[in-house]
Design a protein around this ligand. Structure first.
Ligand SMILES: Cc1cc2nc3c(=O)[nH]c(=O)nc-3n(C[C@H](O)[C@H](O)[C@H](O)COP(=O)(O)OP(=O)(O)OC[C@H]3O[C@@H](n4cnc5c(N)ncnc54)[C@H](O)[C@@H]3O)c2cc1C
Length: 509
């Protein structure tokens, strides 16, 4: 019997490592709540994690097995578990961030040292790892010179043209360790662990309060594989064909909202990609033409391709982080001088509360609080506002997103922030600064998204909303007395941002 250690792959379907372990069977499935990891997880993510673990446990129980849930240091728990089941090896799917790789190396060392062995002569336990979270592993797509890619367009061409693996088969009941044996194993390991802080249980999950994490403000969404599959199914009905035309329009809500699922692995990337193949076949046969008939120039085929390119962006940022783990907290791009970010706690607090007086920015920041989610276009706008209009360090924005997003994902979050701050790979050039008013007007012309999240502006015509920064104080008072004045002047801040970046480039007078 070999333990399979679930981490960011909270599913039994389309799971590369689990299928490989099940081929030998029987598998002992486990997950470890590691305080070192929980420290970095905001409340919406912890809630989604616990709900997804409950779904994972139920999937095992339906198959006559159970999920072992440990709490503590995996380097302590896994060797004990492996020893208790007399394992030859422990199997898991690879993590790619610096933190995940360090932890995995530690666990591997303690397994190799036989740290869990009850016997006097400890036996080394092997580790077997798989690429599962991605369609193409971070080392497999390189430039013709053999370097990792730093420009998305070139990466995308190779990613797009490579053959993709089919979804993995789901392990059958016979290949999983039965629930009774799991209960015995847990009892065995529990008596072994008595001296330390670590605990282990068969399928019993702590509550969010047990973990010392506050209840999130946002409402929960359906979690685990059932939630993810429902979202994918509903996206495939029609939104995937309207995606290209409307993905930048936040009020249209055509995007898949699969980001937390891909991040926690409640759905596998091969399953999502296979779904795009079905959608592509339908689009190519003209079966989606009626769905886009009200949209000028919309093409269902290129819409499916556009969605695939977002899946590729995810893997692009992942390979950037894999090859440059330090960029989690350091700029990817080196300027000659350091960027002179400002210290302005009041402005940062107004941005966090969604009270900047820039309607699209405030709507986004309030969507984040209300739903633990934010539309991609709006993420770009609020990130640009923080780094260019307020001239605050992207790391402050990243920390806030990490705390509040249910889909926070180190690679994508760092990638998105460094893109907006003009410090990342293939980033927005420093001189292309978003105008938050024009962005609002272009992507939310009827102010539908804005008024959903900013009640002070409900009933106000789109015109004054999109020209709020130009209105005189009397007019603002007459139109929306409760909505704040702009905290900065965009035109002036734009000039200051250009000067700041030119100084960083060593081009100042
Ligand atoms: C400042 C900033 C911070 C971000 N932080 C995160 C984050 O913490 N976690 C996260 O998953 N995404 C992040 N993104 C990327 C993007 O905003 C979200 O992935 C997307 O909004 C999620 O919605 P969706 O699932 O409906 O996306 P869809 O448009 O349906 O895309 C499908 C999937 O592709 C991936 N994807 C889409 N857009 C991007 C992108 N620009 N970069 C990388 N992958 C992408 C996601 O996995 C997403 O679920 C960030 C973007 C910015 C600008």
């Amino acid at each position: 019997m070999d333990p399979f250690w679930h981490r960011r792959d909270l599913r039994v379907t389309d799971n590369v490592g689990l299928s490989a372990a099940a081929d030998r069977g029987p598998v002992v499935p486990c997950f470890v709540l590691d305080d070192a990891v929980l420290e970095h997880a905001g409340p919406p993510r912890v809630r989604y994690l616990l709900a997804s673990l409950a779904e994972l446990r139920d999937a095992y129980r339906e198959r006559g097995s159970d999920l072992i849930v440990g709490r503590g240091d995996p380097a302590e728990i896994l060797p004990r578990l492996a020893d208790a089941v007399d394992a030859d090896r422990v199997v898991w799917n690879r993590g790619y961030s610096g933190l995940a790789r360090e932890r995995d190396a530690r666990v591997e060392e303690s397994l190799a040292a036989g740290d869990g062995a009850a016997a006097a002569a400890p036996e080394a336990i092997d580790v077997e790892t798989y690429h599962d979270a991605v369609l193409h592993d971070p080392d497999s797509i390189r430039t013709n010179k053999g370097d990792p890619y730093s420009v998305f367009t070139y990466y995308w061409k190779k990613w797009r043209d490579r053959e993709k693996g089919a979804p993995e088969t789901t392990p059958s009941e016979e290949t999983l360790c039965d629930a009774e044996t799991i209960a015995d194993v847990v009892a065995d390991v529990t008596s072994d662990l008595q001296s330390g802080d670590a605990t282990i249980a068969a399928g019993t999950l702590p509550t969010i309060t047990d973990l010392g994490v506050a209840e999130p403000e946002a409402d929960p969404i359906p979690a685990g594989t059932p939630g993810a599959r429902d979202r994918l199914e509903s996206f495939l009905e029609s939104d995937i064909f309207r995606y290209e035309a409307l993905r930048d329009v936040p009020a249209a809500s055509v995007t898949s909202e699969l980001s937390q699922d891909l991040s926690f692995g409640t759905i596998g990337p091969r399953e999502v990609y296979a779904a795009t193949e079905d959608a592509m076949a339908r689009a190519e046969a003209g079966g989606a033409d009626g769905i886009v008939s009200d949209l000028e120039d919309a093409d269902p085929v290129s819409s499916v391709t556009e969605f695939r390119s977002q899946l590729a962006w995810r893997e692009f940022y992942l390979q950037v982080l894999f090859h440059n783990p330090e960029t989690v907290s350091r700029n990817y791009k080196t300027y000659e001088n350091s960027i002179d970010w400002r210290e302005d706690p009041d402005a940062l607090a107004a941005w966090k509360r969604g009270e900047t007086g820039y309607p699209i920015v405030d709507a986004g920041m309030r969507q984040l609080r209300a739903e633990a989610f934010m539309h991609n276009r709006v993420r770009m706008i609020v990130a640009s506002f923080l780094t260019k209009d307020l001239l605050l360090d992207w790391r402050a924005g990243y920390a806030h997103f990490r705390e509040h997003l249910r889909d926070h994902d180190t690679a994508n979050d760092v990638g998105g922030w460094q893109w907006a701050a003009s410090t990342g790979t293939d980033a927005q050039p420093y001189f292309r600064i978003f105008n938050p008013m024009t962005q609002g007007e272009r992507y939310d012309p009827d102010a539908e998204y804005i008024t959903t999240y900013v009640p002070e502006l409900r009933g106000v015509d789109p015109d004054p909303i999109h020209s709020w920064h130009e209105l005189d104080p009397e007019r603002r008072e007459a139109v929306a007395p409760e909505y704040p004045e702009p905290i900065v002047d965009h035109a002036q801040r734009r000039e200051e941002a250009l000067a700041t970046f030119e100084a960083a480039r060593g081009e100042a007078d």
